[in-house]
Ligand binder design. Sequence first.
Ligand code: ZN
Length: 467
Amino acid sequence: MRVPSLLPLLPCLLLYTLQSSSVFSLSTDEVFFSFQINELSALNRLVQHLQLSIDSIDVATRTVTAYASTENFQALLEQHPQHEAKETGSPSASLPSMFDVLSLRGSIREAQKSLSLPKADSSSSSSTSAVVHSLQLRQRPSETGEAPVMSDKLTATSDVLSAYPTYEGYKSLVRGLAALRPDLCRVEKIGDSVLGREILLMRVSGDANDDKPSVLLDANMHGDEVVGLPLSLKLVQTLLQGYDSDARLKSIVNSSVLWFIPLRNPDGTYAGGDTTIRGARRFNSNWLDLNRNHPYMLMAEGPPGGRPIQTENEVFLDFVRTHNFTLGVNMHGGAEVINYPWDSIQERHPDDAWWRRVAKKYADAAHAVDPRYMSRFDNGITNGYDWYSVWGGEQDYMNHFRNTRMFTLELSRPKMPPARMLPFYWDRNKEGLLGFIEEAAPVFESLKGEAEGSQGEEGGAENEILP
Ligand SMILES: [Zn+2]
């Protein structure tokens, strides 16, 4: 299960590759890196050509962080045989996790030709003439910081934010929560990952009737963005434990159907082994980004790039195509922001005003606890495309094909904060999550008033603007 870490070897390997045009001979793995780009408008073509998985973009500095499989990263390096290596000796003291390895000016000049990217200004100095420069390998988020506190003994009545669950601990906790209140919660396995790990679904509602406002909450499709997993379980536990004593929680559980998939990509999260999230990976075990692997709204026949729908997404699609959801939350990490549709097109969503109101409501709830949390972007919210475009993502798939108002919830700047920080993130998101779930009822009633059967039909019907 464990794959060898390339990081300590990469600087040497890269320079060796540059000098000899040799190829990586180690096992496939995931490479995390950053670069700066002079023209952000050229990024989309670069991404498509090199199959990079963009993680985030700092628009102010035009710094892009991205993932790639070793094969695709190698392809990036091999675009031109005469790279100009820039050695910086030992890693910077101020940035100990980075290695400033090389500049790709030669490679990118070649890419400019093949991609018809904007030509560099010939009057520019050589240091600024590249479209892409300052490529830096970065330590994977799952391999930085202190070792994660893990537990296989979390129970339905214990503090589920005291540790990250092991894989076995996760499964027993999910089943324990269902056993705590079988009248309110049931669990089922909806499929297996590529490596055979279980993908579990939890349904929370006051009865068996599915014809109610419904919300789908899923997490960890990027396996190294782990905060959504314990927060999902904490939300389920809060609803079940508070049902009898808290009128608001009882109302939410009785009036809606909540579906949880807390671990969308178990092979990514437990890539380092079932007992730890150390070594977690963004990709699934085929080294593909599940959030670039859904049917795409502008290419109904399949995901971008012609890559096959991955097993984990087949499981997900089989489930969501047979159920209707009013709203959805797709949990990620690496930033703190409410990212609302669309991700892949500049055009505004038909319900853009609704989205901006609901996103602001969520951010306001977080700011009431901590004004410094979710304080970047437009005070904690952003249109997805305005941040960076994503093709084949779950959010746009659910909005476009399943008529589900799903947004991307970026929970934490560190993708893998220590377990002792989990209560920090729960405190700042509890009210936002409950408040968002309560938005399902008016949307459900509004859609019900429209043509019968319009909700949730595959085929691209978008939501109408609420009155
Ligand atoms: Zn993510």
